[in-house]
Design a protein around this ligand. Structure first.
Ligand SMILES: [Zn+2]
Length: 240
């Protein structure tokens, strides 16, 4: 039995032989490492939202670029100290998070990838990653980029699909809309109506899907340009 497309885009669905043979054949050109969080999302949205949505976008991007892209396991614990007063949130210290991310990148580089996109789904991870990225580039010397998936949706592209205009926000219209499109069972309608914050009520599944379609399309274009050598990150000089 061969692998299905859903299996083929995820590294852990491969046997070691399948992965080795694909790598040796040269068909695998790039890897996506999804990073996100498990944290409170107001009263109405499941705590898995950031990592589940980021994993979804990553796999859809890999499918668009099949058979050249695979997705690593999602890093589902991110930097969420600012949400710890809502129990159930799980956080990593910035140093722990960056150490694990470094080790994941190292493992994928060891597998043979020199084009790696770290696709982020949680705002709290951005500043620490940004602060260390130059050092990661100096260490790995590969086309290694860190992007949050909502960077692939411009304000102009989002405008027709957002009533509130706020974006990406936290558990607000944007995230609630993407949840309604991807996993409606994660949205509690009664809690959404009861809570003080009414912005999520503007969300619709149709708008969520429309925004996801744009994000997936634009992310795939970006990764294709990375693979083709048209978008190569500059490695900072050691003396800067
Ligand atoms: Zn979120």
């Amino acid at each position: 039995m061969g692998m299905t497309l859903d299996q083929r885009v995820q590294i852990p669905k491969h046997t070691r032989r399948e992965f080795r043979e694909r790598m040796q054949s040269g068909e695998l050109k790039a890897c996506i490492i999804p990073v996100a969080a498990t944290e409170q999302h107001l009263e109405h949205l499941a705590m898995e939202h950031d990592w589940a949505s980021c994993m979804h976008v990553s796999c859809e991007v890999a499918k668009r670029l099949d058979p050249h892209v695979v997705v690593a396991p999602v890093m589902s614990i991110g930097i969420s100290e600012h949400h710890m007063r809502h129990i159930g949130t799980i956080t990593a210290m910035p140093g722990s998070f960056l150490s694990m991310l470094h080790d994941g990148i190292r493992s994928m580089n060891h597998a043979g990838f020199d084009t790696i996109l770290v696709l982020n789904g949680h705002g709290g991870n951005m500043a620490p990653a940004d602060g260390i990225w130059g050092q990661f580039l100096q260490r790995f010397e590969i086309n290694l980029q860190f992007k949050s998936y909502w960077e692939f949706l411009s304000a102009d592209e989002a405008a027709p699909y957002l009533t509130t205009g706020r974006f990406p926000g936290h558990a607000q219209e944007f995230e609630t809309a993407t949840a309604l499109a991807l996993f409606p069972e994660n949205v509690r309608q009664d809690a959404m109506e009861d809570q003080d914050d009414k912005e999520p009520l503007a969300a619709t599944a149709e708008n969520g899907q429309a925004m996801l379609d744009i994000i997936i399309e634009n992310t795939a274009s970006h990764l294709k340009a990375m693979i083709d050598g048209d978008d190569v990150i500059r490695i900072p000089d050691f003396h800067e």
